[in-house]
Design a protein around this ligand. Structure first.
Ligand code: AMP
Length: 537
């Protein structure tokens, strides 16, 4: 028997219509050099309709890729709403990529149109000759002496009427695509459907995850080019959540000012950003983060000290999320289970998270055998589900999937209640004398020491043990903390043979384009002899 229930497709245009009507007065705030501007959801949706008219007039058709090279701002949000709703595919480009990588991605995705913030035009100008397939360039913001022909975004939006007739689409049609940040090999494209974005957005409104609702105002620090801003733009229209868009003002001080001025209830971003916010707030006696009901930190391991510091110094709860570009991204959120005392909540918040309904998860050993969910057995996480990719765009990568499950490359344990603990990336693991050392555990512990601003651990070759950990540390301002002191600090927390003997103090740890520690770059610096290494007895 088949059900006779409705099978209306899950389309982004209907999210747009919902937010436009139901949450018409909700606002999107955008930081600018001269202060914050804002606009209502009703107007943003109307401008998205006008934009769709303009893009159609330029010849954009179903399935055409419309790329953005933009910061987090209101116009970018309009593009997010318009492009998938008209049946085209939004392709968000990472503004921090090297020019050659950018050109590769634009050509690989076959982008037809690029919408670019005026401040990023110089970056595009460097690759203009390599991207012949792009037919139109649209610039957002005033620009003196354009280096090539550019259409003005604000003019074409103003020149077209609202009321675009959003087409009927199949919910499995492509809506958005993002490329992985490419820490190994060429970046790979992941395509999200209308359906996958709908289901992922619904999951983000659930009370067991981040529960975004119309009572929230969200500071969206995660870039809109990183996994479609962790879905927050679509969820905001679905749930009536207001958004604060910081543009390029992503350091601790401006973020602190935005929080104090606009009083968001939630904030989304990678841990390095929140570490910088902590530093900035520590230097200001009037720092006030009390509007925040939570900070969602994801994309990299969140150190325990950071969760404690936000709670103890500012009364703010940090929730950890785990995800990847391939998983839309949210898979798990470290919401402590019911009944856990306030005092023990931290033991859950330090885990990568508890898996959300909709995602299936397992851990496997090197041979693919499925391991126990006992919080002890350690293996690679594998996933499948309606918002987990089952293939990459235009490339075969069979080694990254197993029987329809995505192999994440992340190593860790899964407990009987569905909480994931990440101990390492497969390629970051340290094998010392045949036994594994967790780089994540070492670095998150060292970062809890006074006088340490950041720490990252990599494996370095060793004659006797094959590999040993090297801990690269950025001291806090005025700190003189030494390698011996840090090793003593680690001693009670980890096995003796884990204690690193190699230490290096640097001014900054290289970061990837989305703000995570770039261990590949660190390994290269080490191999080239550019790190000054101190070796303890
Ligand atoms: P990306 O696709 O660039 O977002 O990178 C995804 C990767 O980030 C994952 O495979 C993990 O290695 C890492 N990651 C994301 N969230 C966490 C987390 N909460 N703890 C540790 N690693 C994380």
């Amino acid at each position: 028997m088949r059900s006779t229930m409705q099978d209306a497709p899950l389309l982004i245009r209907d999210m747009v219509r919902h937010g436009q009507w139901m949450y018409a007065d909700k606002r999107v705030f955008t930081a600018t050099p001269t202060g914050t501007v804002h606009e209502t959801f009703a107007r943003v949706a109307e401008r998205a309709e006008r934009l769709a008219g303009a893009l159609a007039a330029l010849g954009v058709q179903r399935d055409d890729r419309v790329a953005t090279l933009m910061w987090n701002n209101q116009s970018h949000m309009e593009v997010y709403l318009a492009v998938p709703s008209m049946g085209a595919v939004l392709h968000t480009l990472n503004v921090r990529l090297f020019p050659d990588q950018l050109a590769y991605i634009i050509n690989h995705a076959d982008d037809r149109v690029i919408i670019v913030d005026a401040s990023l035009v110089p970056l595009l100008a460097r690759i203009k000759d390599q991207i012949a397939g792009v037919r139109h360039f649209i610039v957002n913001g005033p620009l003196e002496d354009p280096p090539f022909a550019l259409i003005d975004y604000q003019e074409i939006v103003a020149a077209h009427e609202p009321g675009y007739d959003w087409p009927d689409l199949d919910e499995r049609d492509a809506a958005v695509m993002c490329y992985t940040s490419g820490t190994t090999g060429e970046p790979k494209g992941v395509v999200y459907s209308h359906r996958s974005i709908w289901l992922h957005s619904l999951a983000s409104t659930s009370a067991n995850s981040i529960a975004l609702s119309d009572r929230d105002r969200c500071l969206l620090v995660v870039p809109m080019f990183h996994v479609a801003a962790w879905g927050a733009v679509y969820t905001s229209f679905m749930a009536g959540t207001e958004l604060i868009m910081p543009q390029m003002f992503l350091q601790g001080e401006p973020l602190l000012n935005m929080i104090m001025e606009l009083r968001p209830t939630v904030a989304l971003g990678v841990p390095t950003i929140w570490n910088d916010l902590l530093r900035a707030a520590g230097g200001r006696s009037d720092a006030d983060l009390s509007s925040l009901r939570m900070i969602l930190a994801g994309g990299a391991a969140v150190p325990r000290f950071m969760i404690e510091a936000f709670r103890e110094r500012h009364g703010v709860d940090v929730l950890q999320g785990w995800g990847m570009t391939e998983t839309s991204p949210l898979v798990a959120v470290s919401m402590p289970p019911a009944g856990v005392s306030r005092e023990h909540e931290i033991d859950y918040r330090v885990k990568a998270g508890r898996v959300m309904a909709g995602v299936q998860i397992r851990i496997t050993d090197e041979n693919g055998a499925v391991l126990a969910r006992d919080g002890v057995a350690t293996g690679e996480f594998e996933l499948r589900g309606p918002w987990i990719t089952a293939r990459y765009y235009g490339v075969d990568a069979p080694e990254l999937f197993r029987d329809g499950w995505l192999r994440t490359g992340d190593i860790g344990t899964l407990d009987p209640h569905g909480f994931m603990v990440i101990t390492d990336r497969a390629k970051d693991m340290i094998k010392s004398g045949g036994e594994w050392i967790s780089s994540v555990a070492l670095e998150t512990t060292v970062m809890g020491q006074d006088g340490v601003f950041e720490a990252a651990v990599i494996a370095v070759p060793d004659d006797r043990w094959q590999e040993r950990p090297l801990c690269v540390v950025v001291r806090g301002s005025e700190s003189t903390v030494s390698a011996e002191e840090l090793r003593e600090f680690l001693r009670p927390s980890v096995a003796k043979w884990w204690l690193p003997e190699h230490w290096s103090f640097v001014d900054a740890i290289p970061k990837t384009s989305v703000g995570k520690f770039d261990k590949r770059a660190l390994r290269r610096l080490y191999a080239e002899g550019q790190l000054e290494v101190e070796t303890l007895e």
